[in-house]
Write a protein that binds this ligand. Structure first.
Ligand code: GTP
Ligand code: MN
Ligand code: MN
Length: 392
């Protein structure tokens, strides 16, 4: 059995950033189980294992056909023994025991439900799990001390556990555009994250804001937030200085303007009418405490008071200086695996350090300038991959 030329072409490319990964593909029956194992590993803080499963899923997303037999996989990179075992079992029996027992395990379901609360990370969820909590309603009933993001997360959990639609993302976009124009005329906003990659729904909406005159963007975030607050459009916000400073991403940061790179995690109060789904979406969520996850064992509703007229929506805002715009755009468009693979490619194959701020060539000892994503791919010696094909 000789692999098809298409598969051979894929096989030479072991980094996801070398390949086109569309949103819709032919192997969901394999990638969903592998990504479930990846998620479970993440919830167990086993990052290496999680990335291995995600890479395996990503290669299968690039195939032009559904996998039928193990031989179809010959010569493909990124498929470790464990992933191959899972794939084999699914091809032979229709499902994998390991995947199904994980899917139904109390720990996986509880960790997923608890980390599904905005503001709750794996460490907190794990502590709560060991204290006997299993779902958001348990947390609400318990006497846990909650920080302000967790309080907001719990209060708006029902809304936040619903997907954000493209129409809602567009409605939020108009609000952000308006806010930004009010406080800094001439500023640009760009939709980033999953919606830029063509996703039809998301867990949040992400925007990048910049101004063509370098420096004008300084101090913009607090003004935007203040404007939104005076319009009663925010339910929660936390503005942080560039978190990249504290991250472990390496030396790829220009030394001076780091503190200009700001991020705001927020929860918007979106008029249901504004997103054009006034009726259907209000009715669909009625009487379903716990939202889409549907795993809350008890009928106990969360202590949420929500006038039917609005929906809480997670929104991320990022402000970048114009000189870093291309890097910020590339770095915040995702997917997370695609970003990870770009940085790994840069480091391992090119001796460069890539971040959402800059690209540093370690061999030449200098930063490589770029104002577009195309230029960054080109510096990295990669074919340009458009956002819709970065769904690794
Ligand atoms: P959904 O929101 O689930 O639909 O998918 P998404 O791809 O939009 O995910 P998310 O909103 O979590 O992140 C969007 C992009 O921003 C991803 O590429 C992330 O890697 C990136 N991102 C998220 N947080 C950070 C951060 O703290 N720093 C940087 N540099 N990038 C981040
Ligand atoms: Mn997003
Ligand atoms: Mn986000």
């Amino acid at each position: 059995h000789t692999p098809s030329p298409v598969i051979s072409a894929v096989s030479a490319k072991s980094y996801a950033c070398q390949r086109r990964t569309p949103l819709k593909h032919h192997n969901l029956f394999l990638t969903e189980p592998l990504e479930l194992l990846a998620e479970n590993a993440e919830l167990g803080e086993n990052e290496g294992r999680s990335v291995a499963f995600r890479r395996a899923a990503a290669i299968l997303k690039t195939l032009p056909l559904a996998v039928k037999r193990m031989e179809d996989l010959q010569g493909l990179p990124c498929l470790g023994d464990h992933s191959l075992r899972v794939v084999k079992e699914i091809l032979e029996y229709g499902s994998s025991q390991e995947v199904e027992s994980t899917r139904h395990s109390e720990q996986f379901q509880a960790m997923k439900a608890l980390t599904g609360i905005f503001g709750v990370g794996v460490k907190t969820a794990d502590r709560w799990f060991r204290e006997g909590l299993r779902c958001p309603a348990d947390v609400a009933k318990s006497e846990q001390r909650l920080n302000s993001s967790q309080q907001a997360g719990l209060l708006h959990h029902e809304d936040l556990s619903q997907h954000v639609s493209r129409a809602e993302a567009d409605a939020i976009g108009q609000i952000v555009e308006r806010a930004v124009q009010e406080v800094l005329p001439g500023a640009h906003i760009t939709l980033i994250g999953g919606f830029r990659r063509g996703k039809e729904t998301g867990h949040d909406v992400d925007f990048l804001i910049t101004h063509p005159e370098e420096g004008k963007e300084e101090g913009l975030m607090p003004k935007v937030v203040q404007w939104l607050e005076t319009q009663d459009l925010l339910l929660y916000q936390k503005t942080t200085r560039n978190s990249y400073l504290e991250s472990k991403e390496g030396p790829a940061r220009p030394p001076n303007n780091m503190d200009r790179f700001e991020r705001c995690f927020s929860i918007f109060k979106l008029e249901r009418r504004a997103s054009g789904e006034a009726h259907s979406s209000a009715q669909a969520t009625e009487g379903e405490p716990g939202g889409g996850e549907g795993r809350a064992p008890g009928p106990e509703p969360l202590p949420q008071r929500r006038p039917a007229g609005w929906k809480a929506v997670r929104v991320d805002l990022v402000v970048s200086p114009f000189s870093q715009f291309g890097f910020a755009l590339l770095g915040w468009t995702g997917s997370k695996l695609f970003e990870r693979e770009l940085r790994r490619w840069a480091g391992r194959e090119k001796n460069m350090s890539l971040s959402s701020h800059a690209l540093y060539d370690n061999s030449k000892g200098c930063y490589l300038r770029a104002s577009t994503e195309e230029e960054i791919f080109s510096h990295l010696g990669l074919d340009y991959i458009p956002p819709c094909d970065r769904n690794a």
